[in-house]
Design a protein around this ligand. Structure first.
Ligand SMILES: Cc1cc2nc3c(=O)[nH]c(=O)nc-3n(C[C@H](O)[C@H](O)[C@H](O)COP(=O)(O)O)c2cc1C
Length: 203
């Protein structure tokens, strides 16, 4: 049997959400007995007949149904698009009805993260709305507790609903130290919760 993993499924156009995903992966990998699996989804085409190559030219692989089915936890990341998640990620989630019908994701921990260009441009709205399909799947939502003190210190992104990043009006602002720390803490927390749940199931 393969090593348990936290699936970190994200979409990123300009790279900020991907940087957050990589830091969450570092947090996951800091926990013994579980690994991080980074996966993305293709952009959507206005040409609805167009089909993306199975393997992207660069970066992480596209997520398969089995990547999601066999994960021990899920971190879902998206840039904010008009106050909610980006369509390519929503489109992928809408292809997961078979998993929903089989209850494949029930009782697995899940968390969400996002990047916005403006400080009040919808980070919390995006994070909360990203949780809705995961609740339909029966997942157990987790956030970031205030024991992570950067939540109180941050002057940019970072919320108890999930990690977030302020990209600035030109979307060029790097993910800063507080934002990176909160990503790491969220990855570490979901990995710890998932391994605890797995141990309980083994007993
Ligand atoms: C169609 C569209 C809608 C967007 N809507 C918002 C928004 O509602 N609020 C906001 O602050 N930023 C918004 N943005 C900016 C992105 O959230 C921001 O550039 C983000 O950092 C991109 O993340 P990425 O580097 O992972 O692609 C929008 C961008 C696009 C292209």
């Amino acid at each position: 049997m393969s090593q348990p993993y936290i699936l970190i499924l994200y979409y990123s156009r300009h790279g900020a959400t991907r940087t957050m995903a990589e830091q969450i992966a570092a947090g996951v990998e800091s926990v013994a007995g579980i690994e991080a699996r980074l996966r993305t989804v293709p952009n959507l085409s206005y040409e609805t007949e167009a089909v993306a190559d199975e393997i992207p030219e660069s970066g992480d692989l596209y997520c398969s149904s089995d990547d999601l089915r066999y994960c021990s936890g899920l971190m879902l990341g998206s840039p904010t698009r008009f106050g909610t998640m980006a369509s390519p990620l929503k489109y992928f989630l809408e292809s997961t009805s078979t998993l929903w019908m089989n209850g494949a994701l029930i009782d697995k921990p899940a968390g969400v993260f996002t990047s916005t260009s403006s400080l009040h441009g919808g980070q919390e709205a995006t994070l909360l709305s990203m949780m809705l399909p995961l609740l339909h799947q029966g997942m157990v939502l987790t956030g970031v507790p205030y024991s992570e003190t950067e939540l109180l210190n941050t002057e940019s992104g970072g919320t108890p609903y999930g990690a977030s990043h302020l990209a600035g009006k030109d979307s060029q602002r790097p993910v800063d130290k507080s934002e990176l720390q909160i990503c790491y803490a969220q990855g570490q927390r979901i990995a710890t919760l998932a391994t605890t749940l797995l141990k309980g199931q083994a007993q």
